[in-house]
Design a protein around this ligand. Structure first.
Ligand code: ZN
Length: 314
């Protein structure tokens, strides 16, 4: 039986919509719109935000002018504003923009890493060495996302030991904050619990975060499984955006609204105000020009009587 005592007092939500989310949108937003989105998230009390990516605009026009976005956001003390970097060149640009955190990413499977960044996992780690050195010089912490941690579209199920081994290599370079991404939305709750337990047992020095996509409707169940296994750090995206750029409105990341609603109903604090968050969702829909997949945004954050007697909800 699930009891309140099994659940933590608080979990940390990092919203990745301005980067992971918008990068998958076909529409390229202006700097102003991206800045306002980040400011909306800050106003809602989101403690940790993935603001942008310092990738070449040739590859991702959605992330162009990352410097201007970083310069124009209103930074609230205590909030962590993170920037993703694909390589040392990106890290150089990012560090000049004074992020609170640099994020790097690598795939758990060789094939996905090749398809994604056109190099081997070891070559990616070579770049991280340089990035860590640069970041250390500026006293900026580096965190890593291991994408396809639970399953790869080319190699299938990824074994726990492969993710653990890669994490230990990252930790040996000084990256102790590692997020495990279910990039294609194939993870199930048992798999998540086994993964988190394996880290606690074999690599307790690593601070694990989890990042779920909802392609198959398992993301919220995976979040709960992660919490019960002892994880308290999660990445989610406003509106649940971040799906395939070819199917706008399709499920992407676990929606921040859905996570915050579920957590706060169970008495778990996130510091995020759901009503303010919904204002951010509305703004997001306006700027991207289509409906977002978040269930809580559609249904509302509160139980409201319909007032229609004798009606049936099907
Ligand atoms: Zn994602």
């Amino acid at each position: 039986m699930l009891e309140r005592a099994d659940l933590p007092e608080r979990v940390e939500i990092k919203d990745v919509s301005p980067r992971d989310g918008l990068q998958a949108e076909p529409k390229v937003l202006s700097v102003e719109q991206r800045v306002r989105l980040v400011n909306h998230l800050t106003a809602a009390g989101v403690p940790h935000i993935e603001v942008t990516s310092f990738v070449s605009p040739k590859w991702l026009p959605q992330m162009a002018d990352a410097e201007a976005v970083m310069a124009k956001i209103e930074r609230k003390p205590g909030v962590t504003y993170a920037a993703l970097v694909p390589n040392p060149k990106g890290a150089e640009r990012a560090l000049a923009a004074k992020p609170d955190e640099l994020m790097v990413f690598v795939s758990a499977s060789e094939t996905h890493n090749y398809k994604n960044v056109h190099c081997s996992v070891s070559e990616s780690l070579g770049g991280f060495h340089r990035i860590c050195e640069m970041a250390r010089g500026e006293a900026v912490p580096v965190t890593a996302v291991i994408v396809t941690s639970f399953g790869c579209p080319y190699e299938g199920r990824v074994p726990v030991h492969a993710v653990l081994d890669l994490s230990v290599r990252l930790e040996s370079m000084g990256i102790a904050d590692i997020t495990l991404g279910d990039t294609v939305g194939v993870a199930n709750p048992l798999q998540v619990a086994e993964m988190v337990h394996a880290f606690r047992l074999n690599a307790p020095m690593i601070r694990v975060g989890l990042h779920f996509h909802d392609n198959r409707g398992t993301a919220l169940a995976n979040l709960l499984a992660g919490i019960l296994a002892g994880c308290t750090r999660f990445e989610t995206a406003l509106g649940g955006i971040g799906g395939s750029p070819f199917s706008p409105g399709a499920s992407g990341n676990l929606a921040t609204e859905d996570a915050v609603y579920c957590l706060s109903e169970m008495g778990i604090k996130t510091g995020i105000d759901l009503d303010r968050l919904m204002l951010a969702s509305r703004f997001l829909e306006e700027i991207i020009g289509h409906k977002v997949p978040s269930r809580v945004y559609r249904a509302g954050g509160r139980m409201v009587p319909t007032g229609i007697e004798g009606s049936f909800d099907e």
